[in-house]
Design a protein around this ligand. Structure first.
Ligand code: ADP
Length: 150
């Protein structure tokens, strides 16, 4: 059984994340969307809200599980018996950042990182831009799944 962990902050989940997850579904038997909880990082949306946004978005998708975790992503992979970490790539800055993390993860554990290139029309979307638009009262409906608006 091929299982992948898709880790992130998802503060909030965006259409960019949804696109990567949907396109990865044909590659894996199960995708575990994992919200990393970092005590030093203040989020805009509570953990409960972030879990609900993701669960609601994928409520009809039996191959998706949603969890939160603290600590190393590779430790979560061991607990979930996942051999793969899934990540999305938007641009060369994502690549540079992801390269060192993927290399560290593979030296820490026997976990392979799999990257999916984002769809061109979604490459401008990031959770931090969505948060900025929200803070400044802008319209963010075209950047996030409907569950974030509820
Ligand atoms: P992190 O805090 O770990 O960067 P994010 O929630 O911001 O977590 O992102 C999780 C994953 O989703 C990362 O691999 C990131 O590159 C990817 N991602 C974020 N936005 C997009 C997008 N618009 N298109 C494709 N992938 C994206």
């Amino acid at each position: 059984m091929k299982k992948a962990v898709f880790p992130g902050s998802f503060d909030p989940i965006t259409l960019g994340h949804v696109d990567i997850i949907k396109r990865a579904l044909s590659l894996f038997d199960e995708i575990i969307i994992a919200i990393g909880v970092n005590a030093d990082k203040k989020s805009m949306f509570s953990l409960e809200d972030r879990l609900n946004h993701i669960k609601e978005t994928f409520k009809d998708e039996s191959k998706i599980k949603v969890v939160s975790y603290t600590g190393l992503t590779v430790d979560l992979c061991k607990i979930e018996k996942a051999e793969y970490i899934l990540r999305g790539l938007r641009n060369s800055s994502d690549f540079n950042y992801e390269q060192s993390i993927a290399q560290t993860n593979s030296s820490l554990a026997n976990v392979e990182s799999i990257f999916i290139m984002c769809s061109p029309h979604l490459s401008n979307i990031s959770s931090s831009i969505v948060r900025d638009v929200i803070r400044n009262g802008g319209n963010y409906t075209k950047m996030v799944p409907r569950s974030v608006m509820l």
